[in-house]
Design a binder for this molecule. Structure first.
Ligand SMILES: [Cu+2]
Length: 206
């Protein structure tokens, strides 16, 4: 009697385990394909995604190459991330060449975040390094950054997000970006597609 109970228990446990695996697979499939999965996956490649280490509460920048493998242009309209309060597409631009008259406040750059006090999360734009503005103020042009609303990428074109140019700006980091760690960034396209990719914290490109 006791033995029979035990056997039933073992058999039942196996059955339960089998059910659990089947359920897990179903959940996994649902997560991967999504409900009413998008019929067409956007053929846009991200390569070499990296960011420099950065501290919580500060700002960071993400760099990568984005290639449009579609036969039509694609338009990037925004970005989001798992690590920052605000994530924006920025470009670095020359405010003035060295020796030109001072343009005072032109590099005061504010992120248009609803419900946020101006400058609450502004960042300095001196130097060439979006993620670490304090590093060096070298002789040369004064650079600023500004938010970009959209970037259209022609078929076959690669757009480089790199120091001194386009970057995904992480504003008010909610966690410290530690060397070797990974986090997710999402790019949003005009047609409703979202592309998620992993960013590695490190030196990049090397
Ligand atoms: Cu920026």
């Amino acid at each position: 009697m006791e033995l029979r109970t035990f056997r039933w228990f073992v058999a039942n446990k196996k059955w339960l385990a089998g059910r659990w695996i089947a359920l897990s697979l179903a959940a996994w499939a649902a997560a991967v394909m999504g409900p009413g999965a998008i019929a067409h996956e956007l053929a846009v490649d991200v390569e070499g995604a990296w960011s420099r280490p950065a501290i919580a509460q500060g700002n960071g920048a993400v760099y990568f190459s984005l290639t449009n493998r579609e036969s039509e242009p694609v338009t990037l309209v925004g970005a989001s991330s798992t690590v920052a309060r605000f994530t924006e597409i920025h470009e670095t631009y020359v405010i003035e060449s060295q020796g030109e008259a001072d343009h005072g406040d032109e590099h005061t750059h504010e992120h248009a975040a609803p419900g946020d006090a101006p400058n609450a999360h502004g960042h300095s734009h001196a130097g060439h390094d979006e993620a670490s503005p304090a590093v060096s103020v070298q002789p040369g042009p004064t650079l600023g950054m500004r938010k970009i609303d959209e970037i259209t990428i022609a078929p076959g074109e690669t757009v480089h997000f790199a120091p001194g140019g386009y970057h995904v700006m992480l504003i008010q980091l909610e966690k410290t970006l530690v060397w070797g760690e990974r986090f997710d960034v999402m790019l949003h396209f005009a047609d409703g597609h979202t592309l998620t990719f992993a960013v590695e914290v490190g030196a990049g490109g090397a």
